[in-house]
Design a protein around this ligand. Structure first.
Ligand SMILES: NC(=O)c1ccc[n+]([C@@H]2O[C@H](COP(=O)([O-])OP(=O)(O)OC[C@H]3O[C@@H](n4cnc5c(N)ncnc54)[C@H](OP(=O)(O)O)[C@@H]3O)[C@@H](O)[C@H]2O)c1
Length: 251
């Protein structure tokens, strides 16, 4: 199958590209680096010609509320328009657990727009809803740092390794469209502040992590179960300790 991976140079995208190539598919990574821009539309018609599946694992270069919303709305409209013209048979997109029930989080609102456009497109689709990636721990800590302390709400979180996410996205892309949502998560539930504390300690980062129930996540206060799967999720195998091992070995 010809499978186009939008965002195929990113953290998840590059892994999805490798995994689908390993099993023999004709995989084309598409991003501004390869002359495909989903905001301007540049290169989209050409790259989607003859494709059976398009996988969207792109992300907004900016996480500012309006910019991220505009990115996913414009990008998704352009992808779907070109995919319809090219008669692509399956659109796969990676989104986040909780998007449907937590519009108070700006980033989730942007992902919901993406999901709703895909659902309404008439193209068979699969939406993978993932929890937060282990790889995201450092940037969450940076965004939550105030005056040397890292302020994190002590809510539940069930993070997952990016490599496991990519394996599942690749598998979904190879199979028949779900026309629905598939939820995925890591094997363990943590308190969010404890996860960030362990992640920073493994990097010998001396910042103090403070459990603050009013600390915001993408601009919103979040509840106990905002970041954990809502239904029965597929659980990936890699534990946080297993994922940390190479980090500890090189630091
Ligand atoms: N982080 C988390 O914990 C988490 C959890 C659940 C779901 N997700 C979702 O996972 C997805 C992938 O995230 P990621 O961390 O792998 O992203 P990433 O590493 O930041 O990669 C983003 C990709 O998007 C591409 N891109 C940016 N602007 C583009 C444009 N105008 N046209 C085409 N491609 C463009 C980039 O291309 P260049 O390299 O050429 O710039 C890059 O390939 C996102 O949709 C995110 O919502 C993330």
């Amino acid at each position: 199958m010809k499978i186009v991976v939008i965002g195929g140079t990113g953290l998840i995208g590059s892994k999805v590209v490798s995994k689908l190539r390993e099993v023999g598919h004709d995989v084309v990574p598409a991003s501004p680096a390869s002359g495909v821009n989903t905001i301007t539309g540049e290169g989209l018609d050409q790259v989607l010609a003859g494709a059976s599946v398009v996988v969207d694992v792109s992300n907004s270069p900016s996480f500012e509320d309006t910019e991220v919303f505009n990115f996913f709305e414009t990008s998704t409209r352009n992808i779907l328009y070109a995919a319809t013209s090219a008669r692509v048979g399956h659109v796969v997109a990676l989104s986040v657990v909780g998007t449907q029930s937590h519009p108070e989080i700006a980033y989730f609102r942007a992902k919901t727009v993406q999901e709703n456009l895909i659902k309404a497109s008439g193209i068979p689709f699969s939406l993978v809803h993932s929890t937060q990636f282990f790889e995201f721990v450092a940037s969450i800590a940076d965004a939550a740092t105030t005056g040397g302390d890292v302020l994190i709400p002590p809510v539940l979180i069930q993070p997952i390794a990016a490599d496991d996410v990519a394996t599942i996205v690749a598998r979904v892309a190879e199979h028949a469209p779900l026309n629905g949502i598939h939820e995925i998560a890591g094997p363990e539930v943590f308190r969010f502040d404890e996860l960030i504390r362990r992640g920073l300690q493994a990097r010998h980062d001396s910042r103090t992590v403070v459990a603050d129930p009013h600390a915001r996540y993408f601009g919103a206060e979040i509840a106990e179960r905002t970041l954990v799967p809502e239904g029965a999720a597929e659980l990936a195998a890699t534990t946080f300790a297993q994922w940390l091992t190479p980090v500890e070995a090189v630091s």
